[in-house]
Structures are given as structure tokens and as C-alpha cells.
Ligand binder design. Structure first.
Ligand code: PEP
Ligand code: MN
Length: 265
């Protein structure tokens, strides 16, 4: 169903009136994790001031260590919902179980399925049944074919509102947290009709690489960028090394929009 051979036209995903795909680019910014109302509100304020509509924030955090911050859970989703209403934004948050998915339906606009759950087939089916737009991240060591099959699971349950997100893969290279597979973008766009985003935060794990990789992603045809923004990354409860503070984000976004207008010209 997701194959370009089945449907030659690009799919456009509509999230509260925000379109992604077929020449419509839109980006997702926000903190790694929802930590408090004030923390998310500060980022929401910045996102809104730029005329952007999509805000991310993790409430269920899949952490490598069980002793690291696990997210606020339902309380985090409630904060996101309040922010979405107050700032008129659409919110994206990762959900990790089919049960939480049903509960999350009332709070979020886009369901994120994280890298670690890309092949959690029961979760994929449940996200398909829910029918809400899904941002599906590529698995840590997933091939492009496996990634496309994961999207197919969601679509096979009648939900074709899927955004694919390249977020770096595991290689022998240690200079970056993961290796951004930039060629996955045009391959995914050739093989499927779905929009493709690039998460520069988790692919690089390095603040100094966010802008160059985001530029590369736009230049190669990505339909949007995901990056993490925190009012004070030094005290962030997760991903402290790679989130942007607000002045850094201001510069990042300005450079990104400059490139976008040059690419469109
Ligand atoms: C995230 O976006 O919050 C996240 C945990 O990313 P990934 O699943 O790509 O590691
Ligand atoms: Mn993160």
C-alpha cells in the first residue's frame, strides 16, 4: 500500500491544517522530554512566534538505562494538550504501548513510534487501527526494506497517514551518536509515496551538526526536519548534549528558512 508502484502521487499528510508532503515542508521542534508546563510553554512560545505549528515532546521516554528519567507519562500528555490548546499548535509525542495509544488519542495530534519500537508489530497494528497520523521512526539497525514494511503494517490496518522519519542508524562510526543515512531520503521517496522527515538531533547527537545535517536533508528533498529545543539544555533531563537553546534555535531556523527559499527559487 505504501509503495510508489501502487500509488504514483505523493501522499500529503494534514495535521490540523498543516500539510506535509508533495512540496509542502513543515518541521517539528520541541524538547526531548516534557519536563514541566513552563519548560514546554517556553519552547511553544518560540515555535509559535515563527509561525510554526508542530510541537514535539516525549511523555514516555524509552531510555537505555532504567534509572534514567522515564518521562512524565499521562501527566506529560496532559501538559502537551494544554499547550496545544493555549498556543493553537499540533502536538507529536511518542507512545510505546497499544494501551497507552488509546489513552493518548485524546491528548495528541500525531503518534510518534520510536526507533526502538519500529518492529513492535502489535503497536504498529494498534496505530493503524487508531487512524491518527503517525510519525514512524526508522529502527536503530533497520534496513530501508524493513522500515517500509513497518509502515506497511500501519497502512494495512487502514491508516495511510504516515510520515517516515530517518533518524540515523547504528554503524561502526563513533564520532556521531548514529550515522545519518542521508541517501535513505531519496530512496524512501522513490520507493514509497509517503513524506519523509529527518531527525537531526538523534541521528547526530551533536549540537554542532544540527544545522549542516538539516541543510543536507532539505537539499536532498526531505519534507521536514525534526530537532530538539529546550529552554536550558544544560539542565535537561534527557539529551542534554544535543538540544538547542532558544537563541541557537533562532539562528538555526533562520538559516534553514534562508536555504528553503533558495531551494524554492
Ligand atoms: C525521540 O524522538 O524522542 C526519540 C527517542 O527518538 P528515537 O526513537 O529516534 O531514538
Ligand atoms: Mn531526545
Amino acid at each position: 500500500l505504501v509503495s510508489r508502484k501502487k500509488k504514483p502521487e505523493n501522499t500529503v499528510i494534514d495535521i490540523k491544517g498543516v500539510k506535509i508532503g508533495n512540496g509542502n515542508t513543515n518541521h517539528v521542534f520541541g524538547p526531548c522530554a516534557v519536563e514541566s508546563y513552563d519548560q514546554v510553554a517556553q519552547v511553544a512560545e518560540t515555535v509559535k512566534s515563527k509561525g510554526l505549528k508542530l510541537l514535539r515532546g516525549g511523555a514516555f521516554k524509552p531510555r537505555t538505562s532504567p534509572y534514567d528519567f522515564q518521562g512524565l507519562g499521562l501527566e506529560g500528555l496532559q501538559i502537551l494538550k494544554r499547550i496545544a490548546d493555549e498556543y493553537d499548535l499540533a502536538v507529536i509525542s511518542e507512545i510505546v504501548t497499544p494501551t497507552d495509544l488509546e489513552q493518548a488519542n485524546d491528548y495528541i495530534d500525531v503518534v510518534q513510534i520510536g526507533a526502538r519500537n519500529m518492529q513492535n508489530f502489535e503497536l504498529l497494528k494498534a496505530a493503524g487501527d487508531l487512524g491518527k497520523p503517525v510519525l514512524l521512526k526508522r529502527g536503530l539497525s533497520a534496513t530501508i526494506a524493513e522500515f517500509i514494511n513497518a509502515a506497511e503494517y500501519i497502512n494495512s490496518r487502514g491508516n495511510g497517514n504516515i510520515i517516515l522519519c530517518e533518524r540515523g542508524i547504528r554503524t561502526y562510526e563513533t564520532a556521531t551518536r548514529n550515522t545519518l543515512d542521508i541517501s535513505a531520503v531519496p530512496i524512501l521517496k522513490q520507493e514509497t509515496h509517503l513524506p519523509v522527515m529527518v531527525d537531526v538531533t538523534h541521528s547526530t547527537g551533536r549540537r554542532d551538526l544540527l544545522l549542516p545535517t538539516a541543510k543536507a536533508a532539505l537539499a536532498i528533498g526531505a519534507d521536514g526536519i525534526m530537532a530538539e529545543v529546550h529552554p536550558d539544555p544544560s539542565v535537561a533531563l534527557s539529551d542534554s548534549a544535543q538540544q538547542m537553546d532558544i537563541p541557537t534555535f533562532d539562528n538555526f531556523y533562520e538559516e534553514l528558512t534562508n536555504l528553503e527559499s533558495r531551494l524554492k527559487a
